[in-house]
Design a protein around this ligand. Structure first.
Ligand code: SAM
Length: 272
């Protein structure tokens, strides 16, 4: 009892890393409500993510968006005519905004939003044709939790189904920063609520469990333009957020051509 009172009781006051990350997303929901900026300000990159993920959704599919935030991207995937899209997020406030958007949507019966944690997904094995994550696994505090999440998205996907892990990766960050260092631009850094995944580690893990995957680059030229070339020819402080016209220019080039390993956002497409 003395040990509990002296050592453990005071510790209860401290927040864990996971609490800190959840608090951040709760506050993002309050601040941005139903807007895309609740998840990220970069509307161009979000558009590239949505388009890439959508290309794996077939008509009639049952889909899970794990870490759906306020449902902004999940709702856009209705354009692919799935049977149903489930969106799950551990932020109750994000799910409240997603529910509001659902209520006002003409295809609301095809949408189901609920609270849940990616580390223990509340669905049976082999429920979904397509399961995807978008910048969600990077919110987990360490590699053990990230593996647990990867195992969970694989578990709930049907045999023959597809898992799309669309996340931020460490190696392209290093590459971009090496390029920026050459021209004396400051390094880009991860936000404190993120732990970018190492591509090499993820690939080794997927190979160890005998799953076939391809890595899809859908943001390389966009990042080359918006995180390197743009900062050489314009002053970042002249434009708010992602409004620099060069963002749109490189977004349009990205849609014609991608590759080169510079996109921090990449997708691992896994066949189960
Ligand atoms: C970058 S946002 C994702 C945005 C969304 N997928 C989209 O495409 O618009 C990350 C989301 O993951 C959620 N998240 C973080 N950790 C989670 C966890 N352990 N379980 C479920 N959701 C989590 C956050 O609450 C946040 O809404």
């Amino acid at each position: 009892m003395a040990f509990y009172n002296i050592v453990l009781l005071p510790l209860k006051k401290f927040k864990t890393v996971a609490d800190f990350i959840k608090d951040f997303w709760q506050s993002q929901a309050e601040k941005h409500k139903a807007a895309h900026s609740a998840s990220w300000g970069d509307n161009w990159a979000i558009d590239l993510e949505v388009e890439n993920i959508g290309s794996y959704i077939k008509e009639g599919d049952t889909v899970l968006d794990m870490g759906c935030a306020n449902g902004f991207a999940a709702i856009r995937q209705l354009a692919r005519n799935p049977k149903k899209i489930y969106g799950v997020d551990f932020s109750e406030k994000m799910i409240d905004y997603a529910q509001n958007e659902r209520e006002n949507h003409p295809e609301k019966d095809k949408l189901d939003f609920r609270v849940g944690d990616i580390r223990k997904i509340g669905f049976d094995d082999e429920t979904f044709d397509v399961t995807y994550t978008t910048r969600t696994i990077i919110n987990l505090p360490n590699w053990q939790d990230q593996i647990q999440a990867i195992n969970e998205v694989i578990r709930v996907t049907k045999k023959g189904g597809t898992i799309v892990i669309s996340e931020a990766f460490w190696e392209p960050l290093v590459l971009l920063n090496a390029m920026r260092a050459l021209v004396n631009l400051p390094s880009l850094v991860e936000h404190d609520f993120n732990r970018y995944i190492k591509k090499e580690k993820l690939e080794k893990y997927l190979e160890s469990i005998n799953l076939k995957y391809t890595c899809v680059e859908f943001s390389s030229v966009y990042y080359l333009g918006s995180r390197f070339l743009r900062d050489l020819v314009t002053n970042p402080s002249d434009y708010a957020g992602y409004s620099n016209p060069l963002n749109e220019v490189f977004y349009n080039i990205e849609k014609q051509y991608s590759g080169g390993g510079m996109g921090i956002q990449q997708a691992y497409v896994i066949s189960k």
